[in-house]
Structures are given as C-alpha cells and as structure tokens.
Design a binder for this molecule. Structure first.
Ligand code: GDP
Ligand code: IMO
Ligand code: MG
Length: 423
C-alpha cells in the first residue's frame, strides 16, 4: 500500500511540519489534506527557519511533488505571499506544486464573517485564527462555496459577487462594527487569483489514483490536531475540518484500505492555543517554564500557547480514532530540568474515576489524576544517539509506549531537522 498518513494527536503545533520535512526523502508525493492558513508548520534546517501555512512541508526537498488536496481551503492572498516568501529557495513550483481544483477558496468576506462571529461571541469566543476557516467550510458544506476550478470559468466573477454580497448582508445581521475597505480587499484578492491561475491546477484525486497505480509513495500531511477535529475534538472549541485520519480519505480521495502507516505526533507535554478545555493545563511556574523553554508562541498568530502535562486519556482516544501505528514524540528537550514529570492517566468525575474521554472535559466535568515520574537534568538537544539518553528519559519513553500500547519510533530533541532520533 502506498499511502502513509501523518497527523497531530493533541491541539495542533505538535511539530508536524518538522517531521514531514524529515520524512520527505522517503516519499514521492506529500499531500496536505485539510485545514488552511490557520495552520503554521515550522521547518528548520541549515540555519533556515520557515513557517508554511498552505503549502505542504515537503516543498524544500529536491524531488518530491507537493499537492494541496481538495480538503484544504485556500486564501489566494496568503498563498501568493507564501510563494513569494519562498523565492530565496529557488523552488520550481511548476514542477513541484499541484493544487486541487476542488479545494475551496477563502474570500475576503469569509475573513470578515469569521471576525464578526468571534466578536459576537464575547467571552465564549473560539479563539479562531481569524483566517476565515469556519465560514469557508460552512459555505462548502452548505453548497455555496467557490472552488479553485471555478476561477477558470468566464463567469466566475459573477459567482464571486453573488457570494460576497450574501456575506455582506450576513455581516450586517451581526450588528458589530468591523473596519474594512472592500475595494482594497478585493483588489488584493483578484490580483492573487490571477497569480493562482498560473499554478498547476489539477484533478488531484485522479492524480493520486494514478500515482498509487504507478507505485508512488505518498505521505498525507494533516494540519491542526485530533482534539481540534470538528467531530471528535473539544467541540465547539475546534476547527471546522476533519483533522483525524478520515480527513485524508475525504480530503484527498484516498480509499481507507489504501492507508498503510498512520504516524501520530505528540509533544512530550501538551499545549493549546485559543479557547477551550484543557484538563492538564498548568497556570503555575512549571507551565510558564514549559512555554519559555519550548518557545510556545503560535506560528500563525504569535499568540502565547497554553501549556500543561501530557494527557494519556486524550492521547489514547486520539490513537484509537486515528488507528495510529507509530508514535513520534516531539519537544522532549523541553522537559529537561524538571524534578518530577507528571502524566495524566485518568480523570476524576462526579461519577468516579474514568480512563476514557467523556462528552465534556471542562474543569467542572473532569479533574486530571496524575502519576509522577522522576525527571532528568541532562540537555538533550545535542544528543544524536539513543545510547546517550538519560535513564529517566528512557523510562519516560518506555512508560508512554506501554501506557499507549504503540511504539514511539521518532524522538525529537530540538527544532532542527537534524535533531531527530529514530528508534
Ligand atoms: P506544527 O503546526 O505541528 O507543524 O508545529 P508548529 O511548527 O506550529 O510548532 C512546533 C514548534 O516547535 C516549532 O516552532 C518548531 O520549530 C518547534 N519544534 C519542533 N520539534 C521540536 C523539538 O523537538 N524541540 C523543540 N525545542 N522545538 C521543536
Ligand atoms: P497547526 O496545523 C494550533 C485553533 C485556533 C482556535 C481553533 C479554531 O499549525 O497545528 P480556526 O482558525 O481553525 O477557526 O480556529 O483552532 N487552531 C490551531 N491551533 N495549531 C493549528 O494548526 C491550529 N489551527 C487552528 O487557535 O482555537
Ligand atoms: Mg502549527
């Protein structure tokens, strides 16, 4: 079978970009299957640091084809800026980048609606990245959306007008004042659309079907994390796409029986950016140290990420939902120096102790129950070999593997491509 899947098992920012980049040399095609510019996937190599939003994380590899799948939503303005940001790397996009004609477009008015929706929620806001993700997926499932393939038709501006007028009317119903200059927004949008037309716009599902027949190796790249999945995440504090394994089937046209390995990525601790429940969140000095050492600021919005201990109840749930076959543990280096490492193994609820993810996981509904493991002092960032790991760190890995009943195949000890250790 030719398709492997890589996805986040927490609330995003697990380090997906880094690992896709590391693994790309073993694949012919890297295909992003959902999300949009709400994602920020960071790659570090040879002294470069680069954050990708829409473009798959295999783009720096000399050979691999990078495909933006039908499940992705594309903001042409952000996409073109992303392309411009990659100029120093001399990438041949005509050769290496394909965009699905079935991917939906984020209109400027989708972003305005996102802002109005969030403002109208007050304290109950989702903490959206304000990239227009929710409204764009609403139009997709509501069968009103505009797809990349539409921009090739002569009447597409009529379609655009029809939808944007509808959005502007919806905006009025929020009764919230939002500053914008539609002429400016539209002029940037239409010039980006003209640029978008120059890229290879393809029937991506057919491309992938043919590639599979030819024996190409394909890696499907997820965005966000399983706990932000619109069905299985901490609803309504989620994103609007299927971030779990099923999203690769609908977002690329890959059949479930063609999926081979499912790589699940998690941080050695936990983070969340935006609102919503987070049972193991730490508001004390330990949480602050994690944030500082881990440089936990959103790659897309720059917002501070909330930090806490690893949550095995949630991780087990995500491993099961996704059918994870191999785990990859990221940011292990950030835990060096803590005397004790805590691991949440169960939740205390009103009805007793449970070890599965219930309907609600707010602080009122669950309290984490922790086990404590001894920490380690050694800096891991220069380690290149498993033999160098401190005993207590090895114990932590073995403990997690046993509790999660899944092998940890990669341990990441720093942001650089090279700081990756295979087990
Ligand atoms: P993604 O959205 O899953 O691709 O993750 P992000 O790029 O948003 O966030 C992960 C952050 O952690 C980035 O700044 C990475 O450069 C960084 N990172 C990745 N792996 C490691 C690691 O093992 N250790 C440290 N210290 N940083 C890492
Ligand atoms: P990557 O791919 C972390 C969060 C937002 C907000 C919620 C909804 O880099 O891991 P949206 O803009 O999608 O409507 O926001 O989801 N969120 C992310 N958090 N990493 C991401 O992507 C995220 N994409 C969205 O902060 O809480
Ligand atoms: Mg990110």
């Amino acid at each position: 079978m030719a398709v492997d899947l890589l996805l986040g098992l927490q609330w995003g920012d697990e380090g997906k970009g880094k690992i896709v980049d590391v693994l790309t040399s073993s694949y012919d095609i890297i295909a992003r299957f959902q999300g949009g510019p709400n994602a920020g996937h960071t790659l570090e190599f040879e002294g470069n640091k680069h954050v990708l939003h829409t473009i798959p994380s295999g783009i720096f590899h000399p050979k691999a084809i990078n495909l933006i799948g039908n499940g992705v939503v594309i903001d042409p303005i952000i996409f073109i800026k992303e392309i411009e940001g990659l100029k120093p790397y001399n990438i041949d996009f005509n050769e290496k980048l394909l965009i699905s004609k079935k991917a939906h477009l984020i209109l400027p008015t989708h972003r305005l609606l996102d802002a109005a929706s969030e403002a109208s929620k007050g304290k109950a806001k989702i903490g959206s990245t304000l990239k227009g993700i929710g409204p764009t997926y609403m139009d997709k499932t509501g069968r009103n959306g505009i797809r990349v393939g539409d921009i090739l038709a002569s009447n597409w501006e009529e379609k655009y007008k029809h939808l944007s007028i509808k959005h502007l009317n919806m905006l009025k119903s929020y009764n919230i004042s939002i500053d914008y200059d539609l002429d400016d927004l539209e002029s940037e949008f239409f010039s980006s659309i003209e640029n978008l037309k120059k890229f290879k716009l393809v029937d991506s599902e057919q491309y992938l079907i043919d590639a599979q027949k030819e024996g190409s190796k394909i890696l499907a790249e997820g965005a966000q994390g399983s706990l932000l999945d619109v069905d299985f995440g901490t609803y309504p504090f989620v994103t609007s796409s299927t971030t779990t394994a099923a999203g690769a089937c609908t977002g690329l046209g890959v059949a479930p029986n063609k999926i081979n390995e499912v790589f699940g990525i998690f941080k050695a601790y936990a983070t969340r950016v935006g609102s919503g429940p987070f049972p193991t969140e730490l508001s004390d000095s330990i949480g602050k140290t994690m944030a500082k050492v881990g440089n936990e600021f959103g790659s897309t919005t720059g917002r501070a990420r909330r930090c806490g201990w690893i949550d095995l109840v949630a991780l087990k749930y995500c491993i099961n939902i996704n059918g994870v076959t191999q785990l990859m543990m990221m940011k292990s280096d950030v835990l060096s120096g803590f005397n004790k490492i805590k691991v949440c193994t169960a939740y205390q609820t009103e009805k007793g102790i449970i070890d599965y993810l219930p309907y609600g996981i707010s602080n009122k509904e669950v309290a984490p129950i922790f086990e404590e493991l001894p920490g380690w002092k050694e800096d891991l960032t220069d380690m290149t070999n498993l033999d160098e790991f401190p005993v207590n760190f090895n114990n932590y890995i073995s403990y997690l593997e046993k509790a999660l009943n899944t092998p940890i195949k990669i341990v990441s000890v720093g942001p650089d491509r090279k700081q990756t250790i295979f087990r």
